[in-house]
Design a protein around this ligand. Structure first.
Ligand SMILES: [Zn+2]
Length: 176
């Protein structure tokens, strides 16, 4: 796959009405402005930069009704974007790229889950399922330690656990 082919994939999957700007200077991160419907992302001439751009497109496709105050944990939103983007890689026959990028993608979601439960935002089941078995075990152990530290009462802990741990992802419904 050469650079212009990655660019073609990005053009093909650009959501309608979305304005795309290439970041200057070329970095690895992108962003999506929900109000202005503008994606800023590096020029997609590699698998990595295509993933970044598709990830931002996913925000526009899936999360137009979400903002910082929607109450959806950030890692849930981010995992949905990663999954959407990598599914498009596979749909385009870019299976090797998708497999190669999956590791770093999982590491990223692993990190975001940790940040969110530290803010009592719980863990999305689908996001948890995106990780390797080893990462899932680590997250569960970290989460339990965290709860024990913050909430000494076992009764309250149980309640919090029920309330927060099974954060329900709308994409889960969508894909059923
Ligand atoms: Zn994102």
């Amino acid at each position: 796959m050469n650079g212009s082919q990655y660019l073609k994939v990005a053009i093909k999957h650009r959501p309608q009405g979305l304005i795309v700007r290439f970041c200057q200077p070329q970095g690895v991160h992108g962003r999506y402005n929900y109000c202005m419907k503008i994606v800023e992302s590096p020029r997609p001439n590699t698998a990595e930069t295509l993933l970044t751009m598709l990830h931002e497109f996913a925000h526009a496709e899936l999360h137009s009704d979400r903002n910082l105050f929607s109450g959806v944990p950030y890692h849930v939103t981010e995992q949905e974007c990663e999954e959407w983007a990598l599914n498009h890689f596979r749909e385009e026959g870019l299976n090797e790229d998708a497999e190669r990028l999956l590791g770093a993608s999982r590491d990223y979601i692993f990190e975001k889950i940790g940040e969110d439960f530290a803010l009592f935002k719980g863990i999305g089941r689908r996001a948890l399922g995106y990780l390797t078995c080893n990462q899932q075990t680590q997250i569960k152990a970290q989460y339990e330690r965290y709860l024990e530290e913050k909430i000494p009462s076992p009764f309250e802990r149980k309640y919090i656990d029920r309330e927060y741990q099974g954060w329900h992802s709308p994409l889960q419904e969508f894909n059923r």
